[in-house]
Design a protein around this ligand. Structure first.
Ligand SMILES: [Fe+2]
Ligand SMILES: [Fe+2]
Length: 255
């Protein structure tokens, strides 16, 4: 079984390159499941019904979210959709679910999203204990949405041999450390599907000014150097047997 996992889809530019790349990837790589983090899909912050529909129409089976899950109030109209997952370790009382089981023909995949606590100032339960409570009886993919590389690598060792993949999101910066540890595919961060002529998706001049002056300004999504970033994970039984980075640049697609 082959799973395509896509890093944080950022705003309209990210959704557009997603729609352009998926037909090519379906043709060449034939993934059985497509999972995408879409916490930044609506203008860079959160997810709405319209943006979710667009992403599902592109061929994504399951959407994961992160710290931006509740940024847009339209999310509450669609959060009961079983194809949409918010972090599993949000405190009790949060709507939605953090884990789901998905079936296609004879193939089954469990997907869960956990959020790290280091440098993310949101109330949440311990992601390690939240993971430890689960019985992963089928192939399982974990989106670990976290800021600190240390926390992500700790989760790799913690879940190695227990799940099929621990794939990092949230920093929007791809890392070059894809590896398989005891049958668990791992990468610290898949990178963003969105505009790289930016500071993590946002207009770079706005962010530079903010660092220089300390004054907050309205964020605007950037639009230059759009890239698609994901990983393909091959799974046999519950064990990962391959992980490979997949990148498309807007400039290459136009050739
Ligand atoms: Fe993000
Ligand atoms: Fe995030």
């Amino acid at each position: 079984m082959r799973v395509l996992f896509i890093g944080d889809i950022f705003a309209g530019a990210g959704r557009k390159i997603l729609a352009e790349c998926l037909p090519l990837i379906f043709e060449t790589e034939k993934p059985d499941f497509v999972v995408a983090n879409a916490e930044n899909a609506a203008g860079g912050k959160g997810l709405t019904g319209k943006t979710a529909d667009e992403i599902f129409a592109s061929g994504v089976d399951v959407i994961t979210l992160g710290d931006h899950a509740w940024d847009r109030r339209e999310i509450f109209e669609i959060i009961d959709d079983p194809r949409i997952l918010r972090p599993l370790n949000l405190p009790e009382g949060n709507p939605g679910r953090g884990m789901g089981m998905y079936t296609k023909g004879d193939k089954k995949l469990c997907v869960a999203v956990l959020m790290g606590r280091t440098f993310i100032e949101k109330p949440m339960d311990c992601p390690f204990r939240a993971a430890a409570k689960q019985k992963f009886e089928e192939a399982a993919l974990i989106d670990f949405h976290a800021e600190a590389t240390s926390e992500k690598i700790a989760m790799k060792w913690f879940l190695a041999g227990r799940v099929s993949a621990v794939l990092g999101t949230h920093t929007h910066i791809p890392t070059d450390d894809a590896v398989i540890e005891k049958g668990t595919a791992y990468i610290t961060d898949c990178g963003m599907t969105g505009p790289y002529d930016s500071v993590i998706g946002v207009d770079k001049n706005i962010i530079i000014k903010r660092f220089l002056t300390g004054m907050s300004a309205r964020f605007e999504a950037a639009y230059g150097d759009v890239q698609f970033h994901g990983v393909l994970v091959d799974i046999e039984g519950k064990k990962a047997v391959g992980i490979r980075k997949i990148i498309y640049k807007e400039a290459d697609l136009q050739k």
